[in-house]
Design a protein around this ligand. Structure first.
Ligand code: HBI
Ligand code: FE
Length: 288
């Protein structure tokens, strides 16, 4: 069993890099209908909530042809835009496999889609979370560079025992990040944008803290995976996020050696506070 709980080697039928064939012809009519239901529901509520880069990406990739998109067709457009491609995997893959894909501009997307009784909550990322949530942002050249830099950084972090810090960075940016715009805060994080309930909560609810993004601050902040976020970090621009990866991570990791974790519901004196939360959010979360 490897460090992150995977048995050694890819599952039967998967390649050495854990990729599998999408098997698009095998999706049932009801699975296509579930995609359409989720897509229409999110697409209707995201204008004014999701950032422009996400909305432009959604259009550019034409994910609303009807039914579950075929990776082969997405990749014809996506590769021309930023050189990224989507590859099918059975689900979560080992960290080193995940980072190696990102470092080579390949996004590993779950091949399965959730059941109708999981519309608002599922544990493992399915094709809707991955393709609707993550892939549109990969059409933005700056974010596309950030995701590749993250993959390269992840491979280094693995070797330095800093994976948990990098996982926090991913969580508070790629999954649950907010962007400051002249029109107000907008969503770019996949975990929010693919969830009906959290697309509302992340922007409108008074309970979470919304704080200015800082690389070291996010790396010192733990997260929980089964509840709404108690803190969202806000970036001033996608370029600022990419610029953060140019920092000397060696010096950053040395500073983290002497720094304690920051409790998830704490506001630090050095934090830039967009909104101070009203309470530590405790209710069970509905996550899409
Ligand atoms: N595998 N398919 C997949 N998708 C992910 O988002 C993912 C993963 N493996 C590891 C992982 N994420 C995180 O643990 C890393 O970001 C640290
Ligand atoms: Fe994700």
């Amino acid at each position: 069993m490897s460090a992150d709980g995977f048995s050694s080697g890819p599952p039967p039928g998967a390649a050495a890099d854990w990729t599998i064939d999408q098997g698009w012809d095998a999706y049932t009519a009801d699975e296509h209908a579930v995609w359409d239901l989720l897509y229409e529901r999110q697409a209707a509520m995201l204008p004014g909530r999701a950032c422009d880069a996400f909305l432009h990406g959604l259009d550019a990739l034409n994910l609303h042809r009807g039914g579950i998109p075929e990776f082969r067709r997405i990749n014809e457009d996506l590769q021309k835009l930023t050189g990224w491609s989507v590859v099918a995997v059975p689900g979560l893959v080992p960290d080193e496999v995940f980072f190696e894909h990102l470092a080579n501009r390949r996004f590993p997307a779950g091949q399965f889609i959730r059941r109708r009784d999981q519309l608002d909550y599922l544990q493992e990322p399915d094709i809707f979370h991955d393709v609707f949530g993550h892939v549109p942002m990969l059409t933005d050249p700056v974010f596309a560079d950030y995701m590749q830099a993250y993959g390269q950084g992840g491979m280094r972090a693995l070797g330095l025992g800093r994976l948990h810090n990098l996982a926090r960075l991913y969580w508070y940016t790629v999954e649950f990040g907010l962007l400051e715009t002249p029109a107000g805060l907008r969503i770019y994080g996949a975990g929010i944008v693919s969830s009906r309930t959290e697309s509302i909560f992340a922007l409108d609810d008074p309970s979470p803290n919304r704080l200015g993004f800082d690389l070291e601050r996010t790396m010192r902040t733990p997260y929980r995976i089964d509840d709404f976020q108690q803190v969202y970090f806000v970036i001033p621009s996608l370029q600022a996020l990419l610029d953060a990866t140019l920092e000397d991570f060696g010096a950053l990791y040395a500073r983290l050696d002497g720094a304690s974790d920051i409790p998830i519901d704490r506001v630090e004196p050095t934090d830039r506070v967009f909104t101070q939360g009203t309470q530590a959010y405790a209710a069970a979360k509905l996550r899409g």
